[in-house]
Design a protein around this ligand. Structure first.
Ligand SMILES: Cc1cc2nc3c(=O)[nH]c(=O)nc-3n(C[C@H](O)[C@H](O)[C@H](O)COP(=O)(O)O)c2cc1C
Length: 205
């Protein structure tokens, strides 16, 4: 569903929550898998999920296929009218126990590596509390992946403490074959479970 433009802290009573996962989605063709990814995350008992999308990512899925709150840039600005109003990117970084950026495209990778925050998603990441886990799933054409700047930028994200879920070799939508495809949804969901339930449980708020 599209955003109900309410503050995420109001989304459900605290007592019923176990973990809150914020999925960030960017303009890679792998964003086609967003509905499947969200549905597999919702299969995990006790997980609450919300999505932050870039404008380009919207091209790859239908909002009606996303059964959780979906935030985009307009919500940030529509929500804030005066001093007492919520600042959405700050509320979202407080709300989430874990952030999963899947797919992370080359453009947003570059922005995150250099601290640029010019949309809702990159503002959440820029304001991220690095004591909480942030997982990222790169997805791009093989030529982009092999460019030397990619390894530098991925290295920077890892140095921030973010967890890479590595891309895989596949025949890409553009016809090229090689590294750069987003990890399989099953791999991503398993990693989320591992981080939340095996080594992340002490970080629950
Ligand atoms: C059909 C199509 C598929 C694309 N797939 C990818 C991709 O897999 N990875 C990538 O890094 N960029 C891809 N791009 C380019 C991004 O959409 C572009 O860099 C865009 O500015 C990203 O914006 P965002 O990071 O704000 O979502 C694709 C573009 C098109 C038109």
């Amino acid at each position: 569903m599209e955003s109900n433009a309410s503050c995420p802290a109001d989304a459900a009573p605290l007592a019923k929550r176990q973990f809150r996962v914020l999925v960030g989605v960017t303009g890679s063709v792998a964003a086609l898998k967003l509905p499947l990814l969200v549905s597999r995350l919702l299969d995990i008992p006790g997980l609450e999920v919300a999505v932050v999308t870039t404008e380009r990512a919207k091209h790859f899925y239908s909002p009606q296929d996303i059964p959780v709150t979906l935030y985009s840039d307009a919500d940030e600005w529509e929500m804030w009218k005066c001093r007492s109003d919520p600042v959405l990117h700050i509320d979202l970084r407080r709300w989430a126990d874990l952030m999963l950026v899947a797919p992370l495209d080359a453009n947003t990778l570059g922005k995150v590596a250099s601290g640029i925050c010019d949309n809702l998603l990159t503002c959440v990441i820029r304001a991220w509390d690095c004591r909480k886990p942030l997982l990222f799933c790169p997805a791009m054409n093989t030529a982009m992946w092999e460019h030397p700047v990619t390894a530098q930028q991925v290295g920077l994200l890892k140095a921030f403490g973010y967890v890479e879920i590595p891309c895989v070799v596949k025949k890409l939508v553009c016809g090229d074959e090689g590294l750069g495809a987003m990890a399989e949804v099953g791999t991503i969901v398993d990693k989320v479970k591992e981080v939340l339930f095996c080594r992340g449980s002490s970080q629950q708020s």
